[in-house]
Structure formats: structure tokens, C-alpha cells
Design a protein around this ligand. Structure first.
Ligand SMILES: *[C@@H]1O[C@H](CO)[C@@H](O)[C@H](O)[C@H]1NC(C)=O
Ligand SMILES: *[C@@H]1O[C@H](CO)[C@@H](O)[C@H](O)[C@H]1NC(C)=O
Ligand SMILES: *[C@@H]1O[C@H](CO)[C@@H](O)[C@H](O)[C@H]1NC(C)=O
Length: 527
């Protein structure tokens, strides 16, 4: 039912106006507003979507002090606190299930072919910059609809009709923003902050450009528009196969003050330090998830995989105890101390979830319930290399989870390798330097497609560090200070080199390889 959104651009278009009624149908379950945030205390899933839900609740301007009030209003009342997980002890390597033996001859899936070396500028004295991570190649795919036709002013302006919330214009290295609507919490503020830091980091590096941005969770430019000669380019935080929206790094990379989630670079380092202290072998040998189960079909299915008297699917599922978190003022929701289980489940809520990077950073094996959305980096992840694929419906999902956990406990070396590969991906390919490089290349490639000369649009105002930071206090201010980039550029190391587009054959081969791996796992499960 959620997918319908992507398939009905027209309907969405109409709905786009109803900002408040927007996206999260599940918020009103059970006589109260269930907020789907998910992730604090012990293993968390931060559903990006909960803010959309809370958006209806007249969320006041945020200062850390105000947050508990907001959230209290949003909470249904305390949910039962998770009891202490019952761990059966460390080892579970004895698997009587015949199927568990099947993949013993686990072989890493074929790896995508190495990229051809990109041509280095002839006679360049400086050593060629190192190539960006492979997921940067998706920039070309995301912009492909405009590759031949270019981006016209008319197409950009049409994108506004999809309820774009603001317009970003860069002229001569300065940032101008025209606001068209409200974003939840400080999504827009921290997104614009991030773009501003990019401009400071690479002075003169970001060409003049003009783009529409929406900050809601789900992509909306439907496939139907694919056939429009000039589809509207719309930037947001995630995309999907069925839509044309262009994924861009979300606000949480610069921090999420309302939830006391630190800027990514700092948090990533803390998680890394936490990993060093939580030996994989000593972690609870189960698959852990905590979040709001009321958002999205996948989460409702996941609930049924929780250990019940009858059947233990090796999953330990907890509903977020929102009320309690609030009382604690998020003080104890330390993401860096949540890598306590060998397996962590990732399941989408209403849209993609920002929790993905925190889960991948854990060194645990990410059990990824087949996602329908992607953010800018997730297409760089390969099944069985960075995560274990899990089916997305019904009891099959539970079987997938049980199988994965049994398999991993029986093959701890392989399992740990998958976990380590994911955390290495996060450390190397998703370091903040690379996030900035991604923004730079995406924006530069987009700018190249413009068929008009960007000018500051009517109603836009210049955004500067001073104008954004003015009047901000508490965590908002702190996170900005922590992520402020000196305006003399990065100093030293320039951006990585953008890899070339996929050829049609490469793209097809990549998709086939991944589908084959998933099918292979399913065959093991079915045995
Ligand atoms: C992790 O813990 C196990 C069991 O306690 C121990 O055998 C192993 O050496 C530890 N590994 C590391 C890297 O500390
Ligand atoms: C899952 O099961 C555990 C143990 O029985 C229980 O504490 C927890 O509340 C359950 N989770 C949900 C979401 O019902
Ligand atoms: C983990 O990454 C390394 C280096 O990229 C690779 O050689 C290895 O095959 C990966 N492991 C798995 C299980 O894919």
C-alpha cells in the first residue's frame, strides 16, 4: 500500500498541498499518536519518518529544553519497557536444522568488476586524486533522465509543484534559498547548513546552480514522469526504483539536535570506539531491533518474529519506549553503546531510515529486510558482503532471520567478516569527507546539465553562517559549531575523482549479481 504513492504521482501532486496531512498514516493507531522514532537506548532504529508524524503536532521551535514537551505530546503514553533480553549464552553453533548446513560452503559473491582507470589529465604534475567510492557511480544514474535533454528552467519550476519545500540557488559561490514550505524540525536548516559548509570547503568548486528540494520522506516524482520529455528534477533524502527523485545526504550528517544525535563524523568515531570494546563473540547471539513497529508493513511483520513461547526466531524485537526516552531527555540514548548484539535488523519505516548508517557502523551483521528505498550511499552495499538479505513479508521474514542468525553463529568468522566489511564501508566510504565529495560531484554534474544561467530567484535570501546560526541555542548551535568548515577550503587533499558511469552491461550485471545472491540465500533458506 505504501508503494502506491510512488505509482500515483498525480494523486501525490494533489496531496502535496496538504503538508500537514502528509505522510504517515500509521500515526494514529490505537487511540493515540504513536511516534516512530526508534532507536535509542540499546539498538536503535531511527525512522526518519517519525518527524513527519510529529509534524502534525505543532512542534515548537526546538531547543533541547523544549524537546521533551514536544515529544511528550507526541507519545501515546509509556509503552512497556523492554524486559532484559534473555540470552541463552554465547554459543549456538549447533544447528540441527538441516538447512543451516547448506551454505557452509559460503563463498563471497562475485564482486563487481574493477572500474577501468579513469583517464588522468595528460601531463598533470600532481598525482591523480584517488577515485571516489564505487557508489558515486550512481550519481550518473540518478541524473540520467536529464542527460540528453538537460535541465530547463521550466522543468525546475515544475518540480515545485511536487511540494518542494525550498529552492537552492548558488551564484558565484554564494548560497540563496527561497522557502516554499515548512520542513519538520530542523531538516531544512541542517541541510542548508551542510550545503553552506560544502561551499566553504571547496571555494569556487561548486558551480552556479538552481534546484528544488523536498524534505519529506518519500520520493514522489513518479515513473510516469519518466516519459515526460523534461521530467522535473527534485532533490530529497531518498529515491526508489520507481521514482526519479534525486537522493542527497540527509540532515543527520550534521546532527539531529531534536534527538540528541550527534553529527555523523563524531558519532561514527564513538561507535567505532564502542566496537573495540564490544567483542563480537561476546555480543548476544540474536538479531536485535528496536523501533516503532506501527509504521510500514515490514515492521508489522517483524513484530511477529519476536520470541514467543512457541517459536524462537532468534529475533529480539522491542517497541520503542518513547515515554521513557523522553523522561530521560535522550540523555541515555547513546548510539555508540548500542552495538550489543551480533545481528542488527534494518527495516524501513515509511521511507528510508537514517538508522541505516548507525546499524552498519556496529560491526554486527546487518540483517537487511529487503528495502524499497535507497539513500545516496546504500546502493554501494552488496548482499553477503556488507549485509545479509532478509525477506520482506510474513513468516518468511522470520524464517530468514532465524536462518541468518543460525548460519552466522555456526560460521562466526564469515559473519564477522560481513559485519566488519560493513563497518569498514562506513568508516572509509561514508566518512564525512566522502559525503562532502558526493555532494560536490552530484551538484557539479547537475549544474552541467542546466540549460539556463542560474540567477537568484524572486523571494530568495542569501544564507550565510551568521544568518543560519543567528538566535540558535543549545544543541542546534553546538552541532553547527562542531561541523563548521573553515572557509579556506579543505586544506590539502582535494575531492576524490568521480568514477565513470556504468555501461548498460555493467549496470545489468551488477543488478543480476545482487539478485542472484539474494536468490541464493533464499534457496538456502528453502533448502
Ligand atoms: C573475544 O572474546 C572471545 C571469548 O571471550 C575470545 O576468545 C576472543 O579472543 C576475544 N577476541 C578479541 C579480539 O578480543
Ligand atoms: C518481544 O519479546 C520480548 C520477550 O518476550 C518482550 O520483552 C518484548 O516486549 C516483545 N516485543 C514486543 C514488541 O512485543
Ligand atoms: C570483505 O571485504 C574484503 C575486501 O573488500 C573482501 O575481499 C571480502 O571478500 C569481503 N568479505 C565478504 C564476506 O564478502
Amino acid at each position: 500500500m505504501e508503494v502506491a504513492a510512488a505509482k500515483a504521482p498525480r494523486q501525490l501532486l494533489a496531496r502535496g498541498g496538504l503538508a500537514a496531512a502528509a505522510p504517515c498514516p500509521a500515526v494514529n493507531g490505537g487511540g493515540g499518536v504513536v511516534v516512530f522514532f526508534a532507536a535509542l537506548v540499546a539498538g536503535a532504529l531511527v525512522a526518519a519518518c517519525w518527524m513527519s508524524a510529529s509534524a502534525r503536532l505543532q512542534v515548537a521551535p526546538i531547543t533541547p529544553a523544549a524537546t521533551p514537551t514536544i515529544a511528550r505530546n507526541a507519545a501515546t503514553g509509556p509503552e512497556p519497557a523492554p524486559g532484559p533480553p534473555r540470552f541463552a549464552g554465547g554459543g549456538t553453533s549447533t544447528n540441527q536444522t538441516p538447512s543451516a548446513a547448506a551454505p557452509a560452503n559460503f563463498a563471497p559473491p562475485p564482486r563487481p568488476r574493477e572500474l577501468p582507470p579513469a583517464p588522468s589529465p595528460a601531463g598533470a604534475a600532481a598525482p591523480a586524486a584517488r577515485e571516489c567510492p564505487a557508489y558515486f557511480r550512481w550519481i550518473h544514474e540518478d541524473l540520467r533522465p536529464w542527460r540528453d535533454v538537460g535541465v530547463t528552467l521550466d522543468a525546475v519550476e515544475r518540480a515545485r509543484r511536487y511540494a518542494a519545500k525550498f529552492r537552492v540557488t548558488v551564484v558565484a559561490g554564494r548560497l540563496y534559498v527561497a522557502r516554499y514550505g515548512r520542513c519538520f524540525q530542523t531538516r531544512d536548516v541542517f541541510t542548508q547548513w551542510g550545503i553552506l559548509q560544502l561551499l566553504r570547503r571547496y571555494p569556487g568548486g561548486v558551480p552556479d546552480l538552481d534546484l528544488m528540494f523536498d524534505c519529506e520522506d518519500r520520493p514522489v516524482v513518479g515513473a510516469a514522469d519518466r516519459h515526460h520529455a523534461q521530467p522535473p528534477p527534485l532533490f530529497r533524502y531518498c529515491g526508489s526504483e520507481a521514482t526519479l527523485d534525486i537522493p542527497f545526504p540527509d540532515w543527520s550528517f550534521w546532527g539531529w539536535p531534536e534527538l540528541n544525535i550527534k553529527p555523523w563524523e563524531a558519532l561514527r568515531r564513538e561507535i567505532e570506539e564502542g566496537n573495540a570494546m564490544a567483542n563480537w563473540t561476546e555480543r548476544a547471539p540474536y538479531a536485535y531491533w528496536k523501533g516503532n513497529p506501527n509504521v510500514g508493513a515490514g515492521r508489522r511483520f517483524l513484530l511477529r518474529c519476536n520470541a514467543s513461547g512457541k517459536r524462537d526466531w532468534n529475533a529480539r524485537i522491542y517497541a520503542q519506549d518513547w515515554g521513557k526516552e523522553l523522561q530521560r531527555g535522550f540523555r541515555e540514548s547513546d548510539l555508540s553503546k548500542q552495538c550489543t548484539h551480533r545481528y542488527k535488523i534494518y527495516v524501513e519505516g515509511r521511507g528510508w531510515s537514517v538508522s541505516e548508517k548507525y546499524i552498519l557502523a556496529c560491526d554486527s551483521v546487518a540483517l537487511m529486510v529487503r528495502p524499497r528505498f535507497h539513500d545516496f550511499f546504500s546502493r554501494g552495499l552488496a548482499p553477503l558482503r556488507h549485509y545479509w538479505p532478509v525477506r520482506d513479508r510474513g513468516v518468511a521474514m522470520c524464517r530468514s532471520i532465524k536462518f541468518a542468525v543460525d548460519w552466522g553463529n555456526a560460521h562466526p568468522d564469515k559473519a564477522r567478516e560481513i559485519g566488519r566489511n560493513a563497518s569498514r564501508f562506513v568508516r572509509e566510504d561514508l566518512a564525512m569527507d566522502r559525503v562532502y565529495d558526493y555532494m560536490l560531484h552530484l551538484l557539479a554534474e547537475y549544474a552541467r546539465l542546466l540549460r539556463y544561467r542560474p540567477a537568484v530567484p524572486r523571494g530568495a535570501a542569501e544564507v550565510t553562517v551568521e544568518s543560519i546560526a543567528r538566535g540558535r541555542r543549545g544543541l542546534e548551535r553546538q552541532f553547527m559549531m562542531e561541523t563548521a568548515v573553515a572557509d579556506d577550503g579543505a586544506g590539502g587533499e582535494g575531492p576524490c575523482r568521480l568514477p565513470p558511469p556504468f555501461s548498460a552491461q555493467e549496470l545489468q550485471a551488477l543488478r543480476r549479481e545482487r539478485a542472484d545472491v539474494v536468490r541464493q540465500v533464499e534457496a538456502w533458506e528453502d533448502h
